[in-house]
Design a protein around this ligand. Sequence first.
Ligand SMILES: [Zn+2]
Length: 289
Amino acid sequence: MHPPIRIRILASGSQGNAAIVSLRPRDAAPMHVIIDLGLSPRKLCGALAVENIAPNEIAAILLTHADSDHLHGGWARRWPFKNAKVIARKAHHHAIAHAGIQTTHMLDAEAESFNFFPQIKPIALPHDKAGSTGFRISVDGSTLGWATDLGRMSSDALAFFTGVDALCIESNYDLHLQRRSSRPDFLKERIMGGHGHLSNAETLQAVLHIHGQRALRHIVLLHLSSQCNSQELVRDLWNTHAPELAGNMQVATQTLPLPWVCVGQPRYCNWSESLFAAHHSSLNSSCAG
Ligand SMILES: [Zn+2]
């Protein structure tokens, strides 16, 4: 039986971010959604082919913001998503248009829900000048939260994500590595100053708060810095301070997709592996548009 929501992180980090979310409402047609287009058309279309999903089956593309690691420049030249709504907050409209992509649905207000996708709600998050957008996706009692590229977790954001079953949240940097890095001071300030990214400790604190309100079943950590973080540091931190959660936590990488997470079900579902070889040959043809 299919879960109401499943998600697969294809890649996450400063070299490119993208995830596939499949929704199967009880009383409506199933739909596929992509969060962020930070991979090249070749890579993302290849990943869709692996999952046996045709680009014209994508119903919506949610863009968190328009930085190139979330919106790859190649999509301006190759747009195979003929039936997809492109959804973003108004603050990102110009940057998205500048990247050659037409936003079909824009939002004005924070936390306004998409009335054409009532199960998807956005929230504005602090990140550089235009901010980023978080999402809360709910189908038939199962809920997924998405929070990446945010400089701090406000009380509003904590409340917004409280109650989700699965939380995908960035854990960008280790504070000591960041401080000791050879990066220029202005860049460190941009990252650590409340409008950049969350540190490992800040993410852990936010997750523990949310989990304390209502238990999280899945946690996926996103967007690890390649220069100022590592899987080992993150896992050590969680094993030390949240061992009860570490077993339900995955860490996304830049190069390898994570297994599907079936939201609301214990641990992870495992149905895509067999499709990998069968559909690999359609990698190029599926995305010719
Ligand atoms: Zn990013």
